[in-house]
Design a protein around this ligand. Structure first.
Ligand code: NAP
Ligand code: HSE
Length: 427
């Protein structure tokens, strides 16, 4: 195993604790025989560190005769990539939780896995403990996926939940999520939507039969979501969630986007709290199903890794061909540019409270053929700057963006507008 951090230490702990259960159920008794870490002398409070198993370099793991399977839980794209290629070339199956690596280099990695007929397992790369990869690959194999949407970043959902329920400031809640082991090594991956976009790219590739280019995935994080938007959202009957949305448009075209989204409080994801992830999959045979569970943290993630270790061990002992899905190294569908995507919007402006302001703004929206579905302006701010909230009907993003540029230039608009998408996923 390469890595003994939040995930690696939990894999070690839970594998040892549940070895008998796994043996009883599967006839397999996996054992961790060697571990690579960056700094063997680092103090590791709160758990047993098997220092006798430590090797100097991750690549040393591959050469050992007592290593049949490589578990990569160190993260990053350089050493991890080298290790995985070395493992595949040594005909050792790989288990990884590394969504960044798979989203950015998946085509090459799955290509090598297929060429050499050595499988790579990656259940833990999306939604922690939820078996979404297995569900898409096996449980839902007879379905086409018109829509997949979900909360796939535990850190952001933890932060948004605390903002919604306790009105706590962003930075304080982020520190809590880091201390709980939910956040990535670089937490900006979480809060800027990068981690969710990695996961969206993996899900879109699995669902639509070819590697989706991660760099075409539109991503916005939650840095600009403020408590005032959460509160106005409530007033209008919505919760704000960071969602990954994968919507099939037409032959070979798919929307793959990550952004904060207002969803009706009646939507099945609206009550998803804390680190919990939840994904709705709309299959043309099964209809809508929702998978939900802990999406980050050592224990949840190790549950998915342990299941993959057993799969990899089963593969080693069988003559069946269990290679990674061949389509993951083929070119995937085209990602629809965000400028062409249609959705509803929540728009919050800070405006001078004086006559004519509303008329100026609605005239710009009207000229762009953008319809307003409702407006809120709290009373009691006469002569001052006041929040003005518009709910906007379906509009293309480029039209909305263009209108916003004009609105922003109005003298009565006193701060950068906040624009969030609104989705109800009814069709
Ligand atoms: P972490 O706590 O930062 O642990 C990383 C581990 O990898 C540490 O033990 C570190 O060694 C070791 N490491 C890093 N670079 C290394 C190198 N070049 N050579 C040898 N060892 C190296 O990270 P984590 O949270 O466990 O995450 C690990 C992976 O799982 C990442 O890909 C992450 O995206 C993924 N993941 C995490 C979660 C989660 O909830 N945390 C959930 C799903 C997936 P030292 O201990 O010596 O520093
Ligand atoms: N940092 C990730 C999250 C870990 O918060 O969801 C799980 O992939």
């Amino acid at each position: 195993m390469a890595g003994f951090g939040t995930v690696g230490s939990a894999v070690y702990r839970n594998l040892n604790r549940e070895a008998d259960l796994i043996l009883e159920r599967t006839g397999i008794l996996p054992e961790i025989t060697a571990i690579a870490v960056r700094n063997p002398r680092k103090s590791r409070p709160g758990g047993h560190f098997p220092s006798a198993l430590v090797v100097r370099q991750p690549r040393d793991l591959v050469k050992r005769d007592d290593v049949d399977i490589i578990v990569e839980v160190m993260g990053g794209c350089t050493t991890a990539r080298d290790l995985i290629f070395a493992a595949l070339r040594a005909h050792k199956p790989v288990v990884t939780a590394n969504k960044a690596l798979l989203a950015e280099h998946g085509r090459a990695i799955f290509g090598e896995s297929n060429r050499l007929n050595v499988p790579i397992y990656f259940e833990a790369s999306v939604a922690g403990g939820i078996p979404i990869i297995q569900s898409l690959r096996q449980g839902l194999v007879a379905n086409r996926f018109h829509l997949i949407y979900g909360i796939v970043n535990g850190t952001c959902n933890y932060i948004l939940t605390k903002m919604s329920e306790e009105n706590l400031p962003f930075e304080e809640v982020l520190r809590e999520a880091q201390a709980l082991g939910y956040a990535e090594a670089d937490p900006s991956f979480d809060i800027d939507g990068v981690d969710a976009a990695h996961k969206a790219a993996i899900l879109a590739s699995l669902a639509h039969g070819g590697c989706v280019d991660f760099h075409q995935v539109h991503m916005e994080g939650i840095r600009n979501v403020s408590s005032i938007d959460v509160q106005f959202g409530h007033l209008l009957g919505y919760e704000i969630k960071l969602l990954a949305i994968i919507r099939w448009q037409s032959e070979n075209k798919v929307e793959v986007r990550v952004h904060p989204t207002l969803i009706p409080r009646t939507n099945r994801l609206a009550a998803t709290r804390g680190v919990t992830n939840a994904i709705v999959v709309r299959g043309h045979v099964v209809g809508d199903i929702k998978l939900s569970g802990p999406g980050a943290g050592g224990d949840a993630t190790s549950s998915a890794i342990l299941s993959n270790i057993v799969e990899a061990a089963t593969h080693l002992h069988s003559s069946s061909d269990d290679r990674s899905p061949a389509y993951l190294c083929a070119k995937g569908p085209e990602v629809v540019p965000i400028s062409n995507v249609v959705s509803r919007y929540y728009l919050r402006l800070s405006v001078a409270d004086r006559p004519g302001v509303m008329a100026q703004i609605s005239s710009i929206l009207g000229k762009a053929h953008i319809g307003i579905s409702s407006v809120i302006q709290p009373e009691g701010h006469e002569g001052k700057v006041v929040p003005l909230i518009f709910m906007i009907h379906d509009a293309r993003f480029d039209a909305m963006n263009q209108a916003l540029k004009h609105i922003q230039n109005l003298q009565c608009v006193k701060a950068k507008p906040v624009m969030l998408r609104v989705e109800s996923f009814e069709s």
